[in-house]
Design a protein around this ligand. Structure first.
Ligand SMILES: [Ca+2]
Ligand SMILES: [Ca+2]
Length: 486
């Protein structure tokens, strides 16, 4: 049994060593499973915490916006900041801390234009909101500024260029620097400002206004045309571009949708380039045209009218009235008349235009419809010129436009018999106009009045509604590295 037994012992030893080896390996394996489970658990926890922290940071931004809308001042918020807790009350709670810095002196490029603390940044604030959850933090930086920075208006009409053209025709207009309420009623013992404020020596403008027209200007000064401090046009245009509720750029007949805003719910309406408003409309708020504006129909606006270019208030409709303030750069033209026996040719033209647009078109080519619209617009303009400026050249334009319309009809764009009927109507209107011009020269009547009434409180109230903070840009801080120490 000697060798046998030895062999047996040896075998037992091998088995023992193998078992021991297996046990150690298994233990190491189990340990590794446990430790990787812990790592996965930690990863998940960090990820969830990072997401909660970001949510908390965003909640801080919204809290800040709400505080501004509730009337908190920038200075107060910059001093105190804001704190809030969404959930929990330990140091692992989901919470945020907000710091507010004034953009003009924070050493940061708030509007990301490469310049630090330049002039425009004085109107901005930087909101740095840090959210935390389970000791993980995330930060969002948000630049905010007022939706519209409404200027203080120094007169009923502010003219930026002392060399601007000014033409106040007719006698049914009034520009008043006395104070009016938003309904256009004069305020007893209100403030008194000039009718026209000029950024520079006002003498050149005074000389361009006839003595008779000066009688229709009221307010501070004798005549009420004074030099005032200049207003910077750039923010007026930039804010409108950024914040417009409605863009009427390039429109010749923009949709009024009833009205563009009301006194309690005003709108910012913006137009780039030349805009011609005809056909009657209006609203309340801030109307900004970065170009020339012509208003030839009835129009009423409460608030600010800003025109970087020329403004032409002309023609009939049911009059034009601005209650608030006008800021214009290069030229102001008004044309008014208030005969007791008004003839509303523009109304008749409108009726015919409506009929035309309701016509059955034989050839439903959109270009044909455009062509007819175009001809009617030309007729409209020509008849206005004849009515208000007594421009005999406009009579030729009417004949030309009617020939164009006839050509469009003959080409089969419109049903011929209906088209001829409309043409006859138009001709009768045009002939009637010319007849009047000859019979009673200089007494052609319209219903167009023009009133520009200073109403600083209307402008200030509307300005307050647009002073609420709006977000200019929003940046998130980096996501913390998963597994990094909390
Ligand atoms: Ca900047
Ligand atoms: Ca800055």
């Amino acid at each position: 049994m000697g060798t046998q037994g030895k062999k047996h012992r040896n075998e037992r030893g091998v088995v023992l060593i193998a078992a021991l080896f297996f046990a150690v390996t298994a233990m190491a394996y189990v340990a590794s499973i446990i430790s990787s489970g812990v790592a996965v658990h930690n990863q998940k926890r960090y990820m969830i915490a990072a997401e909660r922290a970001l949510d908390a940071a965003e909640a801080g931004v919204h809290h800040t916006l709400a505080a501004f809308r509730g009337g908190e001042s920038i200075a107060d918020l910059a001093l105190k900041g804001l704190n809030g807790t969404l959930q929990g009350d330990t140091d692992r709670a989901i919470a945020y801390r907000v710091l507010v810095a004034e953009g003009g002196a924070d050493g940061a490029d708030n509007d990301l234009d490469g310049l630090v603390d330049e002039d425009e940044e004085k109107d901005m604030i930087e909101v740095i909101s840090t959210g935390s959850a389970d000791n993980i933090t995330r930060t969002v930086r948000v630049t905010m500024m007022a939706r519209y920075r409404t200027p203080t208006i120094p007169a009923a009409v502010y003219i930026a260029d002392a060399g601007a053209g000014i033409s106040l025709k007719g006698n049914a207009f009034m520009i008043s620097g006395f104070e009016y309420d938003k309904k256009g009623a004069k305020v007893a013992e209100g403030v008194i400002k000039p009718a026209i404020g000029v950024a520079g020596n006002p003498d050149a403008i005074k000389k361009k206004i006839s003595k008779k027209a000066l009688d229709n200007l009221h307010g501070e000064g004798e005549p009420p045309i004074l030099e005032v401090d200049p207003i910077d046009f750039n923010p007026l245009i930039e804010d409108a571009i950024r914040s417009a509720d409605m863009d009427i750029s390039g429109m010749s007949k923009p949709p009024y949708e009833g009205a563009w805003g009301t006194v309690t719910s005003p709108r910012i309406v913006f137009g780039q380039g030349d805009v011609h408003l005809s056909g009657g409309g209006g609203g309340a708020g801030i109307l900004v045209i970065d170009g020339n504006l012509k208003i030839s129909g009835g129009f009423e606006w409460v608030g600010l009218l800003i025109v970087r270019g020329k403004l032409d208030l002309t023609g009939g409709g049911s009059g034009k009235r601005l209650v608030g303030g006008l800021i214009v750069e290069r030229e102001l033209k008004t044309n008014s008349d208030s005969s007791s026996d008004p003839v509303d040719y523009s109304g008749q033209i409108r009726l015919i235009r409506d009929e035309l647009s309701a016509l059955t078109i034989d050839n439903p080519d959109p270009a044909a419809v455009d062509k007819i619209e175009d001809v009617v617009l030309k007729l409209d303009t020509a008849i206005h010129e004849l009515t208000f400026n007594r421009d005999e050249g406009a009579a030729g334009a009417i004949d030309g436009a009617m020939a164009d319309l006839k050509a469009a009809i003959t080409a089969g764009y419109v049903g011929e018999s209906r088209g001829n009927e409309l043409l006859t109507n138009l001709r009768a209107i045009a002939d009637g106009l010319r007849g009047q011009e000859v019979v009673s020269s200089g007494s052609l009547s319209t219903t167009g009045t023009v009133d520009i009434l200073y109403s600083p409180r209307s402008v200030a109230d509307i300005g307050k509604l647009f002073a609420t903070m709006t977000i200019l840009n929003w940046r998130e801080g980096p996501t913390p590295q998963i597994g990094a120490a909390p």
